[in-house]
Design a protein around this ligand. Sequence first.
Ligand code: ZN
Length: 80
Amino acid sequence: MAGKYRCPQCKTNRTRFNLLEQVPKPVKLDAHTGDIIKEYVSGETEPFHMAYNGPHIRVQCAACGLVESEQTFQAYGQLP
Ligand SMILES: [Zn+2]
């Protein structure tokens, strides 16, 4: 985490946030039932199973509930 946060929706909260850690869990589903038929150990997926490459965290404003990227909260944190 680097830089101050500020919520772009309620515009007042600069202190209370939930950091939502993204923990990918690769799975294989049954195409017909949607049931999980296999859970992979990270890095041991089958060919053509793309690994998660999104952000490590998302951020929720703990005042109004908005969920956005960390960059969004940081950008508003830079404003006076
Ligand atoms: Zn907010």
